[in-house]
Design a protein around this ligand. Structure first.
Ligand SMILES: NC(=O)c1ccc[n+]([C@@H]2O[C@H](COP(=O)([O-])OP(=O)(O)OC[C@H]3O[C@@H](n4cnc5c(N)ncnc54)[C@H](OP(=O)(O)O)[C@@H]3O)[C@@H](O)[C@H]2O)c1
Length: 377
């Protein structure tokens, strides 16, 4: 079994709020499978929160200063799940302390902080995993069809994560979060688009706050200080466009992606289906023809069930143990962060912004996939 029988991995949790539960639960599930990975220390802003979480999750120690946790010799790696604006600087401290890190999204709210993090990680050689992790069973399955045999050449992409807005009337709407939809939810469609398309070369964006006086899902009222409407147009070296948005004004949630080819398309998480392949060239061998949005030649394909050994923490542990390469390392994280910063700049100036960072796709895409100018298509 991958991940088991290796040296123990001792984790520290920095930030003990809502999302920390996911990582504690995954560690406990992996441990039950013999992976020998567990949390031993917690850190939160308040003593009450850090100590309560330590007690709840059987951690021996708790702190209210992340630097004290990072100085703990029993901690090999940390999960950083604090408010957005703290991620990169706490990550830099983790790298300087020689701790591997799993950084919650967004990687950063300030470009300079991301550059400092990148330098510290490069100097220390620790593993830095930057969420979002987009390797869902549906996306991994989709990659089997992301080729010319099903789609023809790639012609563009669209993606979004839109919903009513964060349900809690807390810091997510405060200026201290240093961004709203751009920082909190736009990272998900941007990450899926980056994973499927590779690096973009240019970007244009619109960003605003449509609902300043907001009713929230918990029954609260907030004077929102953050953006809630983000629309980005990405451009690729092959000339394709990517239309990506995250909007907090909807009455329902949509969290989907469509990868377009000249002769087909892949619909991921769109209109009630986890994965639909549209191909004018051939039916997937495991596909079932389906009526879908009135579009011809659509097939559903079986998506494997989610399994904790394929989820975030397992990916992080495998990377630390040298068993598998990281799919969301700092190279792609920096590109997504650059897109977020460029989107704010584009919205502010009205200009298109050239993107400088690059990364390599981790999956084997055909060399010709993004070229439309070499023949008849
Ligand atoms: N909630 C989600 O569904 C979700 C999903 C994916 C990703 N995320 C990301 O995860 C991060 C955390 O989100 P959340 O919803 O879990 O937030 P949250 O519930 O507000 O929890 C934030 C935690 O960070 C702690 N904290 C604040 N300042 C700190 C500091 N200087 N040092 C150490 N700890 C500090 C808080 O301590 P106290 O408890 O003492 O206040 C709290 O435990 C966000 O960046 C978010 O984008 C959240």
């Amino acid at each position: 079994m991958s991940g088991s029988g290796k040296r123990p991995l001792r984790l520290g949790m920095i930030g003990c709020g809502q999302i920390s539960t996911r990582f504690f639960n995954q560690a406990e599930a992996l441990n039950a499978l013999g992976w020998d990975v567990r949390f031993v220390a917690t850190c939160a802003r308040t003593e009450a929160s850090a100590s309560a979480k330590a007690a709840e999750r059987n951690c021996a120690r708790w702190y209210t200063d992340h630097r004290q946790l990072l100085a703990d010799p029993d901690v090999d790696a940390v999960v950083i799940a604090t408010p957005h604006a703290l991620h990169a600087s706490q990550g830099t401290d983790a790298a300087n302390a020689g701790k591997h890190m799993l950084v919650e999204k967004p990687l950063t709210t300030k470009w300079d902080d991301a550059v400092s993090l990148q330098s510290a990680v490069a100097a220390s050689g620790v593993t830095c995993m930057a969420l979002p992790f987009v390797d869902t069973p549906a996306l991994l399955k989709a990659l089997e069809y992301a080729n010319e045999a099903y789609l023809g050449r790639i012609t563009g992409i669209e993606a979004e994560l839109s919903f009513a807005g964060p349900p809690r009337s807390n810091w997510y709407y405060d200026a201290s979060a240093e961004g709203g939809a751009m920082m909190d939810t736009m990272v998900y469609p941007l990450a899926r688009v980056a994973a499927l398309m590779g690096p973009a070369s240019r970007l244009t964006a619109r960003v605003n706050t449509l609902i300043p006086h907001r009713l929230t899902g918990d029954g609260g009222r907030v004077e929102s200080q953050v953006d809630d409407q983000v629309s980005v147009l990405l451009e690729y070296e092959g000339g394709q466009h990517g239309n990506v948005h995250s909007i907090w004004t909807r009455s329902y949630m949509t969290n989907g992606t469509v990868l377009h080819g000249r002769h087909g398309a892949i619909f991921l998480g769109r209109y009630g289906q986890p994965l639909v392949i549209k191909s004018d060239r051939q039916a997937p061998p495991d596909g079932t023809a389906v009526e879908y949005l009135g579009i011809p030649n659509c097939y559903t394909v079986p998506v494997p069930a989610a399994d904790v050994t394929g989820e975030i923490l397992a990916h992080f542990v495998r990377a630390i143990r040298g068993e598998a390469p990281l799919h969301c390392g700092l190279d792609i994280g920096m590109h997504i962060a650059e897109q977020q910063m460029a989107a704010y700049e584009s919205a502010r100036t009205g200009r298109a912004i050239d993107l400088k960072t690059r990364f390599d796709l981790w999956w084997p895409r055909e060399a010709s996939a993004m070229t439309l100018s070499d023949g008849w298509h």
